[in-house]
Design a protein around this ligand. Sequence first.
Ligand code: WTA
Length: 630
Amino acid sequence: MSTSSERFIFEPSPEASAGSWAEDWQEIEKRAAADPLAYWEEQASELEWSQPWEAVLDDSNAPFYKWFVGGKTNIVTNAVDRHITGPHKNKLALIWESEDGKEVRTFSYFSLNRDVEKMANILKAMGVRKGDRVTIYLPRIPEVFFAMLACAKLGAVHSVVFAGFSSDALSSRIDDSESKLVITADGSWINGNVFPLKDIVDEAVKFSPTVENVIVVKRTGTEVHMDPTRDHWYHDLENLPIARGRCETVQVDAEDPLYILYTSGSTGKPKAILHTHGGYMVGTYTTLKNTFDIQEDDRFWCTADAGWVTGHSYLVYGPLLNGATTFMYEGGPTFPHPDRWWKLIEHYGITTFYTAPTAIRSLMRFGDAWATRHDLSSLRLIGSVGEPINPAAWHWFHSVVGGGKAPLMDTWWQTETGMFQITGVPSMPQKPGSAGRAVFGQVAEILDEHGNSVPDGQEGFLTLKNPWPAMARTLYNDEQRFVDTYWSTYPGRYMTGDAAKRDEDGYFWVIGRTDDVIKVSGHRLGTAEVEAAINSHSAVSESAAIGLPHEVKGNAIHSFVVLNQGYAGSRELTEELRAHVSSHLSPIAKPDEIEFVNTLPKTRSGKIMRRVLRARALGQDEGDLSTLEE
Ligand code: WTA
């Protein structure tokens, strides 16, 4: 990041700042720094608890921190129930538009609750109880809200799998979580075509030892196979007496699990990040309120899919906890034309728009006119997440979409952190390209590999010093890996896996991952997962995947493949391998390029040196090769 961009500062306008939740940000920052627990306690007190906590934090068994110990609540008590007994009863909770634009569904808090109760009654009738796992594999349709909230309401643990993952990926997630039930749809719409979700589920649960029932929402009307002993149409279940009537929100312990979400790490096996009801609720509520300054008449649109953490925290839970109106659109940004998003913003009067740099970069390429032909003046705040936002994308987003007036909130966080960790608030000066400052109550520090503090302006490893309420509690079924991955490099500190710099004003400039995780179009993938998918092809002996810079996607995957004897590299094989990754992992993981090689650079102990491959591909110095085998 050049120092010239660091000097570029946007001062908040009085309109953006006046009356915002964190208007006096310096004062709040100081107060929260002096006593983070008091700050979090105060935030938690804004929500409803059926039993108050005895202690805000229990750190006696760190890194297995516990928050709001002894407290009882349910995230649904605060995301739905408390609104229907108050002035938000008839307020819109959710507005949804279909991909073809022909359907619009709206839900007041009252009607959202009715649908959540219906789904919860059905789950209950199917034997889903507190602590049971349910896998949700749904498109961007309102039912994903009902399903997540219904599970939470019963104290069951949802595991949402992005509906672009293949049957292999889905099946390993279902089996690892030992899900009792799967909620899916017949298909999903992708740019006018049907993606066969139910077929993928059929394949995934074929040998599943735990799945008893599959609930299928009719979305595309595609013909699907229904197993009479296992599969049920949701529209049939909805009309049964079991679906009717009230369904009580189970009061759970603050530390009871709310969900698990699989995310990529350095090894091929995805990690099941576990979040809990109490702390996660407080963390997402507060951070969304401060950063996106949620006000009564806002219409908040987070473009993320519910299959990723951004969808969990800031499409579903955060907005509802704040009693806001959240918007969901089924399709992609360029369907049928590259102005679809801008059209939606204009039509629905979206006030707050949260998306990813990769989407901005791809839409930017179509030219300003697609955006400027729409009246985007309803936007008062815009936001970015998932990867560093480069200055060109920042300025385009800020001036063309945000009209030069809407503050642009860059938000740095992770599946593991559950909530923003480094970001701004609308009253804070912004520096394009910097994600901002540590959130209230947090201390972020840049360390070198020995754990020493790195001077401002120098690159190092980004670490978090204070525990925070929405932090992951563990990796489901893998406590040791939780400790090893995040808490062992710097004892007592959370290691993020990102490289970053801090400037003299306390702003953080995130550079990117330091491990074998790559962000492709903002999606988090592990090189090892891509390698495992390629290696499962019969022609392949071994392979290495790396991320190389890509203008739109941020990173693109390049694979180096060593073939088995008797196979030769060809255009056809390249296409076959790309398709293989697509169907065995996900279309988003498809390598941009495949290079056939005779050997891979390895250390003497046999570890692939991806760093060397990257340097070679970029024409850079290969660095220290002393550990390279002959
Ligand atoms: C990256 C997504 C720069 C980072 C919420 C992190 C970012 C990883 C930003 C987590 C940002 C996320 N600026 N980089 N504003 N936000 N990242 O778990 O490398 O999908 O470690 O969570 O995304 O990805 P995940």
